[in-house]
Design a protein around this ligand. Sequence first.
Ligand code: GAL
Length: 334
Amino acid sequence: MKKLLTFVLALMMIFSMTACTKPNGGDEVKTYKVGVAIYRYNDNFMTLYREEIKNYFKSLETDKVKYELSFVDGKDSMDEQSNQIDTFIAQKMDVIILNLVQTSSAEVLIDKIVAADIPLVLINREPLGDDGDESYEGILNNPKVCYVGADARQSGTYQGEIVLALEDKGDINGDGVVNYIMIMGDVENVDAQYRTEYSIKALVDAGVKVNCLYQDTAIWDQTKGQELVANALAQFGDQIEVVFCNNDGMALGAAQALRDAGRTVGVDVYLLGVDALDECQEMVKEGTMTGTVLNDHIGQSHTAVDVAIKLLNGEAIENYYWVDYVKVDKAYFN
Ligand code: GAL
């Protein structure tokens, strides 16, 4: 009887071993669950970023390591995103990649995720600390939390420098003042705040006189951007010399409004964006846009994925990872 029992047990062991090993005798396949929460799918830049997260994760899969990716659309609603994070926690994700809807609500979400002991990679929307202290405590104090992004000040400065490199430095009518309009992204976002501030700072620091005719938010959106620029053109017409847009989506809308008003970029107006969407790179090449700034979604998404994998492997990480912007004007293509 004892012998029979030993035999049955041995059989069971062999069976359970073969059940979890591959037929070729390899080790067990490990599948990691990755939750990716995006602030809003309907965003040109974040769509490219999101696609690249997916492609890059897939390219890193091996026979033994798989990534089960769950992407969710926050639809620009903090409540929606908060529920999505609760679901990720309930699903016991191995790591979460989070593009916040609202950086001012970062603490609540980070606390939940940290309490569930799930490593977290924040992307694209940087939460800032209090009192002008730019390092956010919720990131600094947590060894399994980090932020991957680009320094928005750099993108603003590059926009300004593109204008400074023009022969007339943006002063098309030669009256000694650059009259501009500023089409902003979501003002809750440091990207919108810094791009607005640093593009103009670059001009002022170089001794150029500036005058803001119009400034409003088009929340990163092309259609809204077109509307605002059409409004500004109706109000200020030929006075407008430079149109600064915090991103290319809005610059595409601006380009349409300028065409509708019979204006010609490079001749009687200048147009600047950020992101370097393919379409905008073409426009810069052909001169229908003055310049843009490459927001490196490839570099950022790959860094985010690489660091997520480090976290999955239990490796130590930095709290901040920065990816450079690149100035894109006509000279970039020579
Ligand atoms: C910026 C990007 C914008 C928009 C925004 C969303 O970095 O330039 O186009 O995607 O992020 O937060």
